[in-house]
Design a protein around this ligand. Structure first.
Ligand code: SF4
Length: 331
């Protein structure tokens, strides 16, 4: 007999002291079953404030880790421990290589302030925390970088080169990317690691031109993980939550093309909203989690044999939390 996953998930949620969390980029059928939805930081904060001891997180690995770092007392399970492609581009040894790159070019270690985008592994956040650095998100990066600059140190921004470059451009700062052309840390304010989001790289200036030619009054709204060339020609740039707010604030007749993950854009207002791409910009790892996976994870709690638990060692939690707390104090 086949299992009715949806009914079973609802039964298990009633029975167990568990909170099901769903990131905005999850498939619709998974997203609809979540008790808490939002972007990565919002979710970690809401989980901390929540009373349930169990968290089942439908998202990608670094998000489950963030809950564990902010609220280590929680048991955090993930239906799929899918890894964000961008977070995967840097580990603690690549991070150290980037610091060495700057030191070799004349910037002393104690004059480097690392800032990591929240889309990074806990071990990278811990390295950043240990060096006195901070975490940022796409909604508070401006504030965090501004504060970081007050220290008079050079900023090492990891892992997303686009986010680093886009914020540097919007603040009138100089940036360079390690491994891309001449990157002299003495000449730049923000030195970026060469990571990127494979999904947000899909949007191009040609896509913007295509829509503007087709609908001359259309608005173009993009995420700051998009390439700087795309951000430069957009009408609005914002994080996931900011994009939702922006689109909702538009007149219903105003056409808008949005450059971010497909599932989210598809869930935005029904009319006059377009995906800014000729291809379907789906995040493959976000889409790995299925309703069956969610059911199996909840069932494992009921059976007393929890699966896919997020484990972060104490030292990593301690230093990664420092980097996260520094961000929370500012934002
Ligand atoms: Fe990572 Fe990009 Fe997927 Fe977001 S959309 S989880 S940054 S790969």
């Amino acid at each position: 007999m086949s299992i009715d996953y949806i009914s079973e998930i609802k039964r298990l949620k009633e029975k167990l002291s568990v909170t099901v969390v769903g990131h905005f980029y999850q498939r619709d059928e998974v997203f609809e079953l979540a008790d808490i939805t939002g972007d990565s930081l919002e979710l970690a904060r809401k989980c901390k404030a929540d009373d349930n001891p169990w968290v089942v997180f439908c998202g990608v690995g670094f998000m489950g880790q963030s809950v564990k770092i902010i609220a280590p007392e929680k048991r955090v399970l993930m239906p799929k421990i899918a890894c964000c492609a961008m977070a995967r581009m840097i580990d603690s040894s690549y991070f150290e290589d980037s610091v060495d790159y700057m030191v070799e070019r004349g910037i002393p270690r104690d004059k480097i302030l690392p800032i990591t985008y929240i889309n990074s592994d806990a071990t990278v956040k811990a390295k950043v925390g240990e060096m006195g650095g901070l975490v940022c998100t796409s909604s508070n990066a401006y504030k965090i970088i501004e504060k970081g600059l007050e220290s008079g140190k050079k900023i090492l921004f990891v892992p997303d080169r686009c986010l680093g470059q886009n914020f540097a451009n919007s603040m009138g700062l100089k940036s360079c990317v390690i491994g891309e052309g001449e990157c002299d840390p003495k000449e730049a304010d923000i030195i970026c690691f060469n990571g990127f989001c494979s999904v947000h790289q899909l949007f191009t200036v040609e896509d913007v031109e295509f829509y503007r030619e087709k609908y001359p009054d259309i608005k173009i709204a993009v995420h700051p993980e998009c390439d700087p060339s795309v951000v430069a020609v957009a009408d609005f740039v914002g994080s996931t939550s900011q994009l939702i707010k922006y689109v909702n604030s538009l007149d219903p007749d105003q056409k808008v093309a949005v450059g971010t993950e497909y599932n989210l854009v598809n869930r935005m207002r029904e009319k006059n909203t377009y995906v800014l791409s000729a291809t379907k910009p789906e995040c493959p790892t976000m889409n790995e989690t299925t309703v069956e996976d969610l059911y199996l994870t909840l069932k494992s709690i009921e059976d007393g044999k929890p699966i896919n638990e997020i484990i972060v060692d104490e030292r990593t939690i301690e230093y990664a939390n420092l980097a996260l707390e520094r961000m929370l104090e500012i934002s």
